[in-house]
Design a protein around this ligand. Sequence first.
Ligand SMILES: [Zn+2]
Ligand SMILES: [Zn+2]
Length: 308
Amino acid sequence: MDSEDAEDKMNVYVLGVSSFCSGLPFFPSFVLQYGADYLLVDPTANLSSAIRLCNKVSGSRLSMADIDACFISHIHSDHSSGAIDFAISKYYKEAKRGNRRPQFLGPAEVVDACWDLVLKGTLGVTFGSAVPDYQEIGLGFDSFFRRVELGVDGSPTRVGGLEVMLRKGIHAVKGGSYASKFRWNGVTVGYSGDTAPNMNGNDVPDVLEFLADDCDMIIYEVGGSHPVEGHTPLAILRSRIADYLSADDAARKVFLIHYPDSFLNEPLQVIPFQLIQPWHCYTVSRGRVEVGEPTPKGRNLLKAIMSD
Ligand SMILES: [Zn+2]
Ligand SMILES: [Zn+2]
């Protein structure tokens, strides 16, 4: 297979780009497609609606039924609440049709914290429909998901054909927050999750170094205006990037997410980086990222959603 073959490409379907207090729908969230497989990364709340909007804007045919796995960078609800939507859809709709439980990928401490602090309250009890008085039945993590624990030392964990590498970032959250790299057939997509840069000059390496090393596309959060808030402000990302990437590579590879709404109206202010566009589909191959044009209907939808 040569490098132009579709087998050497990954698709990134963007379900949401913004966080709390945004006027735009959906939290930072995307679906990776590699071959015939799909991985949901940081599931947004109202997941079905986000998938539908992405399909309308990008002309894609993404379907919840095709997504067989999810990964969560950390348990803050702008990154994890859609796991409830995902579990409910899979458990109450697909499992009844005999489909297997989806995989849930993450470090042990994130998976455990996600069940205990995000999912259990909604998913932990259901009613037994087979009994006449609808008795309550206790459910556990394994009722909904197949657990796939990922290594946390930066070396790859294989999940089917995919390799996943993690590095812990600095973020105030139970279970921690992890940057991730997803590699398939030599193509690598990286995602920062929420992380503050290391401002103390100690030995904790920046997540940026981990991602800049070998990613073809780097999806990086720029929430917040000061690192003590647990995020990477745009000005700090800009000042640090030169340690790891040339200006050309930064412009080509780094796509911002988790950004303020105002960035969409003034895209020049984010130079040298690119903004990841909401509900678009990106195709990533070795050394190259291409964005799909929205459909005519999608263009109208975007105009309606973005206008003040
Ligand atoms: Zn967070
Ligand atoms: Zn966040």
